[in-house]
Design a protein around this ligand. Structure first.
Ligand SMILES: *Cc1c(COP(=O)(O)O)cnc(C)c1O
Length: 442
């Protein structure tokens, strides 16, 4: 029999329910029907929950005295339909590559609400961003200052920029470590004199309108204090820069990293409270220094989409190894959920067609890739899984589709948005034709 601690049920988010048939329902759609209609593996996104999360960020990160902006970090999950949703919800968008920028522009996302990131943007990407007049380019380093200056000069455009800095704080899931992260590849250090030279240069540029700073201290942060400490350090730095360089810091982009529930032990902070406190902290620090309030931005990615996503798989074989491990073979793989093998992430799962049955044992859900590390969920209690069962893995909305690959030439699964009993396909299933579409035969 199974042990106490692994006998947990899969946590239900948003519109998830168990219906009268004992099936998992999302957005009033029966997941067993979705699996039948669209095939498996399948990414299902709860549209109502995504919108609810957007709304929570927008309404909580607001203050009468201070200008704010919530920027969705699109690398978590981006498609044309998602851009449209983000636009409708009134959030801005952060992109880190030409491909993400292209997607946003193709979706008709307003360019002035796009923030262009990246630690090594190519000339082509920078030109594309400048020509399409994105809202801000977040400069990563000194070399990029030259590139942007040259591009702007040649096409006679001026662009608004932020400088990404490394505040020497690294937040981990349950702690933050100060001044131990001076080797991050992102941004320029706030402790380096050279950073002040870059700031002076930006400030005197004809082609760049220097607005302020960006910094991001990590992901899956569950400790409120990390966010407050980040603000302390950044406001101190902003004040320091004002005094040393005579520049007014008008904008502070504090990045993302808001922790999200995946499995037991993940305890997300109360966002409403946290976001309100963050703005108060900025105001307190500004008052302390007698400087005006900067515009403050945040960039949530995971916290907007992770819990809204569920991946559905169909069970093939169930194998008990000679060594005693129970494997469930599903028709997906690490290609559609890389996080387990990449970070050792832990997910919850259930049998979508038998939600009310009790677990009989502990299983490892594995996929079809030729890799022993091809694990989707390890050590999960499930009720006697068998061939043709539908497995639901929850909280797969962030960094699953966006990190997916074609390893072993497996086609990527489709993405379906569900809402109020209706489903719509927003990304089609890849075909074998798609798999060979860029192959050239001599
Ligand atoms: C990844 C990233 C984010 C989003 O992080 P989440 O953990 O998904 O909230 C925001 N800003 C920057 C610069 C990032 O690199």
């Amino acid at each position: 029999m199974i042990s106490e601690e692994s006998g947990d049920l899969m946590k239900l988010f948003g519109t998830m329910k168990i219906n009268e048939k004992g099936h998992l329902e999302i957005g009033k759609c029966d997941s067993v029907d979705l699996a039948r209609d669209y095939g498996t593996p399948l990414y299902v996104m709860d549209e109502e929950l995504i919108r609810e999360r957007c709304n929570l960020f927008k309404t909580s990160f607001r203050d009468d005295d201070i200008e704010t902006d919530v920027i969705y970090a699109s690398k978590a999950f981006l498609t044309l339909a998602m851009c449209k949703l983000i636009k409708e919800e009134g959030l801005s968008l952060d992109v880190v590559s030409g491909g993400e920028l292209y997607t946003a522009l193709k979706a008709g996302f307003p360019a002035h609400r796009i923030y262009m990131h990246g630690n090594n943007k190519t000339i082509e990407e920078l030109s594309m961003a400048i020509k399409s007049e994105v809202g801000r380019i977040i400069i990563d380093n000194r070399y990029e200052v030259d590139l942007i200056e040259n591009i702007c000069k040649s096409i006679k455009k001026k662009i608004k920029v932020l400088l990404r800095v490394n505040p020497g704080i690294e937040a981990h899931t349950h702690e933050y470590i100060k001044t131990t992260n001076n080797n991050s590849k992102f941004g320029e250090s706030i402790f380096s004199d050279d950073t002040f030279n870059i700031i002076n240069r930006l400030n005197s540029s004809e082609y760049m309108d220097f607005k302020g700073f960006h910094s991001h201290i990590g992901s899956q942060i569950f400790q409120e204090e990390s966010f407050y400490e980040h603000i302390n350090v950044m406001m101190d730095f902003a004040n320091n820069v004002s005094e040393r360089c005579g520049v007014v810091i008008r904008e502070l982009n504090l990045g993302g990293g808001f922790g999200t529930y995946y499995s037991k032990g993940d305890i997300p902070v109360d966002l409403n409270n946290l976001l309100c406190n963050m703005l108060n902290r900025v105001k307190e620090k500004a008052k302390e220094f007698g400087i005006s309030y900067p515009k403050v931005m945040i960039e949530p990615g995971r916290a907007i989409v992770a819990n809204a996503g569920t991946t559905l798989y169909r069970v093939g074989s169930v194998k008990r190894t000679y060594g005693g491990r129970n494997y469930i073979f599903v028709d997906g793989s690490m290609n559609d959920n890389l996080r387990t093998s990449l970070y050792g992430a832990q997910y919850e799962a259930a049998i979508a067609n038998r939600m009310n049955e009790e677990a009989d044992d502990i299983y490892t859900i594995t996929g079809r890739c030729c890799e022993s590390g091809d694990i989707i969920v390890r050590n999960i209690a499930l009720p006697n899984p068998k061939n043709e069962d539908i497995i639901a893995v929850s909280s797969t909305g962030a960094y699953n589709y966006s990190m997916s690959s074609n390893y072993n030439r497996l086609p990527r699964p489709p993405v379906v948005f569900v809402k109020n009993g209706k489903s719509r396909c927003v990304v089609k299933r890849e075909t074998y034709e798609d798999i060979i579409r860029n192959d050239v035969c001599f």
